[in-house]
Design a protein around this ligand. Structure first.
Ligand code: MLT
Length: 251
């Protein structure tokens, strides 16, 4: 039978603060290229049982206390550094199968987990980074949600280049595959701006991330390898999807 697809309308919001709180899209995608959504995708690809996200560190400790210590990892990051007393900060490179396999990652980060919290009521919630961009696009092409929001994590309420360029990378691949007009696809000016940013930097993403404010912060913290890893495109075929509020699993 011929399947009729409704058009996909794509909106980009640069920060959780700029994301409407009185509407719910069919699909919402949180992006925190540096580094929360890169870490979430990597942990799930390496076999973590699930990733449970928290805005608040105390709440993370309280909920994860119900889990056996051998089955949980407590990850806390603030300002790019690991929070004292936590097992782990927010480095995707630390998410090896030896460390994460079959364990639940309980994670709270400065901005990324707040972005996921702000979209948790959407019908479908995904986590995207540059490394799993195509897995996200493939999901959108298969399921064709009518309204899609891409929500950047930003940094404490302000804009971040790396999340916007990832939104542009998603929009670019979607636009190319759908073959529709740009005006049919995009829902707001931010989506066009994201596409333009990606168009200008798509072959120099590592350079862009190194110039970004948070990229600079990570370089000062001697996390250049994390930055290089997060700047890669389509290296992981993994789609983090919310199974219950705040809990993401591999689709
Ligand atoms: C965040 O949530 O702001 C980040 O993922 C920060 C980081 O750890 O690089």
């Amino acid at each position: 039978m011929l399947q009729v697809h409704l058009p996909v309308k794509l909106f980009v919001f640069h920060t959780p603060e700029l994301t409407p709180s009185d509407q719910v899209p069919d699909c919402a995608i949180a992006v925190d290229v540096l580094r929360a959504t890169s870490t979430i995708a990597t942990a799930l690809a390496a076999g973590a049982e699930a990733v449970q996200v928290f805005s608040d560190l105390d709440e993370l400790i309280r909920v994860s206390a119900g889990w056996d210590a051998s089955q949980r990892i407590r990850a806390g990051e603030r300002g790019g550094s690991q929070v004292e007393g936590f097992d782990f900060g927010n480095s995707p490179l630390a998410c090896t199968p030896e460390f994460v396999k079959d364990r639940r990652l309980f994670i709270s980060t400065t901005n990324g987990t707040r972005a996921l919290a702000c979209i948790r009521s959407a019908k479908v919630v995904l986590a995207a980074a540059l490394i799993n961009r195509q897995a996200v696009v493939d999901y959108l092409l298969k399921h064709r949600p009518e309204t899609v929001w891409i929500v950047g994590s930003g940094w404490e309420g302000s804009y971040s280049l790396e999340d916007t360029v990832c939104a542009g990378a998603i929009a670019h691949s979607l636009h190319t595959s759908l073959g529709c007009s740009l005006t049919d696809l995009v829902g707001n000016d931010e989506a066009i701006a994201a596409l333009s940013l990606y168009g200008q930097w798509h072959d120099r993403l590592h350079e862009l991330l190194q110039s970004a404010t948070h990229g600079q912060r990570l370089l000062r913290l001697e996390l250049a390898d994390d930055l290089k890893y997060c700047a890669q495109t389509d290296t992981l075929d993994v789609l983090p999807i919310q199974r219950e509020p705040g809990v993401l699993v591999k689709n």
